[in-house]
Design a protein around this ligand. Sequence first.
Ligand code: ZN
Length: 150
Amino acid sequence: MPQPRSSAELGALYQEMILDHYRRPRNKGTLERPDAAVEIKNPLCGDEIGLQVAFDGDNVCDLKFSGRGCSISLASASMMTQLVKGKSTEEIEKIRQQFRNLMLGISPAVDDERLGSLRALAGVARFPARVKCALLAWNALERALADRAP
Ligand code: ZN
């Protein structure tokens, strides 16, 4: 992928990534035997997300989401599942904190490569009403991890 030359190009690239995840969501569906299952809603926007997680020891070995809502909430859920799959709960917690920082506009989260495609959502920080959309899947994940904790 060529490096974008301007912030306008970067914005267009990010917009494209969001639409791509919205149109072709990764890890959408349900698991046969989830270890944790969470349903969560964002009443402000009408977004609904169901998240199912399977663990292998301390790692999230598989997860799938279902739901409906705006492009931000569904793209964020898709990106989240892709990014955390196979990672330990400790790594996931760091990413979750950083993504929250990104949404709250706290730098230098935007430069954190661990966030991967989630950085495409950086622009959402300028729209406080949409930050809840972007964080919905992460709130579901946080709850799933907590449900599972001994
Ligand atoms: Zn929304």
